[in-house]
Write a protein that binds this ligand. Sequence first.
Ligand code: CP3
Length: 359
Amino acid sequence: MRFIDACNRRPVDKTPVWFMRQAGRSLPEYRRLRESNDILQAIKNPEIAYEITMQPVRRHKVDAAILFSDIIVPLAALDPTMTIVPGKGPVISKPFRSSSDLSRLRQLEPTEDIPYVIETVKELAKSPVPLIGFAGAPFTLASYLIEGGPSRDHRNTKALMAQDPVLFEKLLDILAGITLTFLKTQIDAGAQAIQLFDSWVGTLSEYHYRKHILRTTQAILGAIEVPTIHYSLGTSHLLSAIVETQPSVLSLDWRVPLLRTRSDFGDRFAIQGNLDPTILLAPSQIINKEVNRTLEEAGTAPGYIFNLGHGVLPETDPQVLTNIVEWVHEYGLSGDSLSGDSLSGESSSPVPSGCSDGS
Ligand code: CP3
């Protein structure tokens, strides 16, 4: 399986590719299935969750499926006031602010709390395409609990961390237990790799990352026996600390230069990323140029997985994703200079058949 081989830095026949948030709102077949179900209902229904997981695999021929679920699923199983508001994100009616709130949390009992996850993963594991399980990392989960919803600057989370580090550590420890159980549940049911989403940890300084986060993330990733992918956004300043968490794969966003990271860390980790998802809203020539530049920076050494730097935006034309998969498979390991213009001089890159304007 080329995705798993790339995670393990083994040679592959073609560059593997999948997209974060590939299962979702850019697909009309997803929107149709979701019409009469809210997202948590869809996740709790194994038949629907199976179908939504497989939709992008069939349509785009990506090299991995990612379970249709959400990072807040285990928290919503413990606290029914946690919901996902369309167009906004996870929301909890009574945010966590004091030690008395700790009693609202407990460890997950997978067969009772999330039986639908086990059932969906077991079915998906029968498919020939590898399945990625996932979870939110403790800091990112804590930020939703403490803020009460999405936040630009995570002010309440950081204030609590500074004012009451003991309470903050207790909360992170409980969440680490939940995260690890959620991941192990998916692995036991058949997930072949996992991705840990620490989406919002880039808001911290390296000092605070090392003080509060590093050890916990190290412990979670260290307890997993399948390939692990560490995802974070806007963390150029934290990279030297994040690599100490020892994932199999580092997933990077577009702010981090792929070329330099591959040369700095490529002999220790596989790298995943890092195309800016907003580029997919641009005309096809721009997309081609940026895909080619990404492939060129990634180079041909083993241990590279093509992906975006963050999730697919809902406005994305799904045909663009299908074309990118085809293009990456065809040219990812060619080793030729794909985009003369992007790294040096004028473009000589052919436009992939399906990527030309108007198609
Ligand atoms: O990648 C996939 O296709 C698998 C499914 C998946 C979802 N959420 C489904 C979803 C995954 C991997 C996630 C992870 C997730 N959820 C993260 C980490 C990745 C990241 O984006 O940084 C985070 C932070 C969340 C929390 C969350 N859930 C947010 C911020 C939102 C956005 C709100 C919105 O409407 O865009 C959600 C909702 C959500 N989770 C949607 C999907 C398909 C969209 C809502 C819908 O379809 O109604």
